[in-house]
Design a protein around this ligand. Structure first.
Ligand SMILES: *Cc1c(COP(=O)(O)O)cnc(C)c1O
Length: 379
């Protein structure tokens, strides 16, 4: 897969992303810089003054993520955060004030309803719309910001980003896309016209299930300045060690994503072809309700598959019977995980709904484990 802007493929770009110019006797990727403050004689000029404002380890990571989110666009800026929620909150609370209106998904990440309550407490009007079917179009009038999550977590519905951006921009409304599930190798929201690409780096971006991280990438300097100001105010900053680990993990992003997404497709096909109807959803599966639009705007379809077992008890037995798949929340790691999503409450999913995250195991082992667990749990 090559890119028209720089000519480099995704694997090449991933291994080189954000690396500084080589310096004799220095490592290729400089180690984490642990500093609460930096030597600063005289007038305080930037960039490195105090550790809540800037850190050289973040700078390298921010460049790396920017090169993946918007290759060839040097005017784009990226800011890293302590978690995906820190990044999301920073966009929402820096862009909106009392009297403004925002449109949120009603089937998005499970913390969004809590965010909604907080936005409303600050006098911001919140409207919601489902992700599939571009129903957001009906509630855009007068909105300041449209927040979309595509593919949605956990329902895996997809909306048409270009179409929604066009409708929003005509009305003077900004658009932010939660790009967590797709990763920048799966989807580039800024190239689809969005103003912000926001994501949790906790999931497939870093992919080992051992750090929390978030980021915001945007092309509008003024909007990004206010997001930066918000990060400084709330101090929702990643530690240098997490930032460095994340950057190190990016080198294998293309390898992990391609292996995990291929596994997701194989699992989805195996579930679809079973004798029992499981309501399997995967945007990469031809025939899936999301597939058509996903094919127009995504370059890869993600590592998450969902399906529904008839009862909660069957779902629990299935999860118990799996040997290669951990019963755990979150997704995107190199080790496959699955969970009964309804155990949390909050998501509008049936009791037997399973969110399955494909890891980097060998496909035949993974499929065999899943099919065996399905058979055993049906008895
Ligand atoms: C996990 C997730 C978040 C929140 O990210 P954290 O890193 O856990 O704060 C936001 N959006 C989506 C789609 C997610 O899956």
């Amino acid at each position: 897969m090559t890119d028209s802007v720089t000519g480099a493929g995704d694997g090449t770009r991933a291994v080189r992303a954000g690396l500084p110019e080589p310096v004799k006797h220095e490592p290729t990727l400089p180690g984490p810089v642990f500093a609460a403050h930096f030597h600063l004689p005289g007038d305080p000029t930037g960039p490195y003054t105090y550790g809540r404002d800037e850190n050289p380890t973040w700078t390298h990571l921010e460049r790396a993520i920017g090169e993946l989110e918007a290759p060839g666009h040097d005017d784009v800026e990226t800011l890293v955060f302590a978690s995906g929620m820190a990044a999301i909150s920073s966009v929402l609370f820096s862009q909106l004030s009392a009297g403004d209106t925002v449109v949120l998904p009603d089937d998005g990440y499970q913390v969004l309803p809590l965010v909604r309550t907080q936005l409303e407490a600050y006098g911001i009007e919140v409207r919601t719309a489902p992700t599939g079917g571009d129903a957001q179009l009906d509630v855009l009038d007068g909105a300041k910001l449209l927040w979309i999550e595509t593919p949605s977590n956990p329902g895996l519905d997809v909306c048409d980003v270009r179409r929604l951006v066009e409708a929003a921009h005509t009305r003077g409304c900004l658009v932010a896309v939660d790009n967590t599930l797709a990763t920048p190798l799966g989807q580039r929201p800024l190239e689809l016209g969005a103003d912000f690409s926001v994501a949790s780096g906790t999931k497939q971006l870093t992919g080992h299930g051992d750090i929390l991280l978030g980021y915001v990438t945007g092309g509008d300097a003024a909007a990004m300045a206010s997001v930066r100001r918000w990060r400084k105010i709330v101090g929702a900053i990643p530690g240098p060690m997490e930032a460095w680990l994340a950057h190190r993990s990016l080198a294998t992003l293309q390898l992990r994503v391609d292996r995990q997404n291929a596994n997701a497709l194989v699992i989805a096909e195996a579930l679809r072809d079973r004798h029992e109807e499981l309501g399997v959803r995967y945007p990469g599966l031809p025939g899936d309700p999301s597939h058509k639009i996903a094919s127009q705007q995504m370059r890869r379809f993600g590592c998450v598959v969902s399906f529904t077992l008839p009862t909660r008890a069957r779902a629990d037995r299935f999860l118990d019977a799996l040997r290669l798949v951990d019963d755990a929340t979150s997704f995107g790691g190199v080790r496959s995980t699955a969970e009964r999503r309804g155990r949390w409450g909050g998501d509008a999913v049936p009791e037997g709904f399973i969110r399955f995250s494909a890891g980097a195991e060998d496909p035949q082992d993974l499929v065999a484990d899943v099919l065996r667990a399905l058979d055993e749990s049906s008895r």
